[in-house]
Design a protein around this ligand. Structure first.
Ligand SMILES: C[S@@+](CC[C@H](N)C(=O)[O-])C[C@H]1O[C@@H](n2cnc3c(N)ncnc32)[C@H](O)[C@@H]1O
Length: 285
């Protein structure tokens, strides 16, 4: 299990077990003996930064051997090192297309003009997903006189920092066509910033999907995008999260998961629904 990559520091099975449980309980992220080397590799720098000589001492530092505020601060460092924040604009674009072509016209017809449209991007990483949703809403041309609210949440402070500045390099645009690029982004010192019209629709907040109270989102939403997040969780945590997400959906609201993610082995309050050519999850009315 241990790899020689972290020099003298070896993650022995006892320390691995303690850290594994702590990380799963705090963040939902799952490590197995097969992926223990990742934990060892990523956390070795924190062990050394504190001048400690073992992962066990680091576990004690995270759980008891310093004041609670310092423990919490260190845990945020741990999350930054462990979370996978890979994302880009218009990822899994076929879902965004049915969102624009099928769901948005449905909502537009069902509600009086000038209503509120709310979408939550749960696990939004550096913001490309909520901004893509905002572009789809603007390009639908239906909601100019509505109050549109897109909430992006994540636990990574680094990711949310990028999200709130809205400035991106080329890798974020690997799936953005040229006309959208020029319509919704402006050049800024070799990078591009999201236009004010798009940014205006989005707000960002820190939220731990495993532990925090979802009422912080501020009321029921019409759709939740929680894509490429639960893939890192175990079955029981996935089930709990989806039930809690469902509580935040308005009746008839939709949950979009990533393509590789399914709820087939989980009991949830949601039903499977066809939205255009996509299978998604819907809260019964
Ligand atoms: C791979 S990114 C997905 C980003 C975007 N949804 C997409 O599909 O492109 C996964 C995100 O989930 C976040 N995440 C993982 N566990 C979390 C937790 N317990 N609470 C909040 N966010 C979490 C990570 O910080 C990361 O930004």
């Amino acid at each position: 299990m241990p790899s020689p990559s972290s020099g003298a520091l070896v993650l022995d099975p006892q320390a691995f077990e303690l850290l594994r449980k702590l990380i799963q309980a705090r963040f939902g992220l799952v490590y197995t003996p097969e992926t223990a080397y990742l934990l060892e590799r990523r956390l070795a720098q924190r062990v050394m930064a504190h001048g400690l000589s073992s992962f066990f001492d680091y576990y004690l530092l995270l759980t008891e051997s310093q004041p609670a505020a310092l423990r919490e601060r260190e845990l945020t460092e741990v999350f930054e090192l462990l979370s996978t924040r890979e994302t880009y604009f218009f990822r899994e674009s076929y879902q965004l297309e049915v969102f624009r072509e099928v769901l948005l016209p449905q909502l537009y017809k069902q509600r009086p003009r000038g209503s509120t449209l709310s979408v939550w991007s749960a696990g939004c990483a550096s913001g490309e997903e909520p901004y893509s949703i905002a572009v789809e809403i603007i390009e639908s041309g239906l909601f100019d006189s509505w109050q549109v609210r897109i909430i992006g949440t994540d636990l990574s402070r680094q990711a949310l920092h990028t999200a709130s500045h809205g400035v991106y390099g080329p890798s974020s645009f690997r799936q953005t066509d040229a006309s959208r690029h020029s319509r919704h982004f402006r050049p800024l010192t070799g990078r591009w910033q999201v236009s004010d019209a798009v940014r205006r629709l989005c707000t960002f907040q820190t939220l731990n999907l495993v532990r925090d109270d979802f009422r912080a989102i501020g009321g029921p939403v019409d759709a939740i995008f929680c894509r490429n997040v639960i893939i890192y969780f175990d079955r029981s945590e996935r089930g709990k999260l989806v039930s809690r997400l469902a509580e935040q959906l308005a009746p008839g609201g939709y949950l979009f998961l990533g393509h590789a993610e399914s709820l087939l082995d989980i009991t949830t309050p949601l039903e499977i629904a066809h939205l255009g050519r996509e299978l998604v999850y819907r809260k019964p009315r």
